[in-house]
Each structure stands twice: as structure tokens, then as C-alpha cells.
Write a protein that binds this ligand. Structure first.
Ligand SMILES: [Zn+2]
Length: 57
């Protein structure tokens, strides 16, 4: 499995997606690097869409 490295730490290190700490300086990574964040975002969008459809029908 290939590693996904989308985001950079403040130190410039490419963060491994889903990791909670930078592999170089061990600073905590930002929320956008977390799988949970995207899952919750997806869930939020899904719930909003359902609410919108429910409101329209
Ligand atoms: Zn770092």
C-alpha cells in the first residue's frame, strides 16, 4: 500500500496521512491530516444532504 502524503508539518516534513504526530519533529498534526476529521466531515455532509432532501420533500 502506498503512503498518502498530502499535508506538510510546520517544519516542512511531509506528513503521513492519518498520523497524529509529525514523524520528524513530533508536533501534533492538524485536523485535516486525520482520517476521523474527513469521516466526520463526510458524515456531516451526508446528514446535511438528508436534512435538505427531507426539508424539500
Ligand atoms: Zn514536523
Amino acid at each position: 500500500m502506498s503512503e498518502i502524503r498530502l499535508f506538510e508539518c510546520a517544519c516542512g516534513h511531509k506528513l503521513r496521512f492519518g498520523s497524529q504526530r509529525c514523524g520528524w519533529c513530533y508536533e501534533r498534526t492538524s485536523l485535516v491530516n486525520r482520517r476521523e476529521f474527513w469521516m466526520i466531515s463526510g458524515l456531516g455532509v451526508g446528514v446535511s444532504a438528508v436534512a435538505l432532501i427531507a426539508a424539500l420533500t
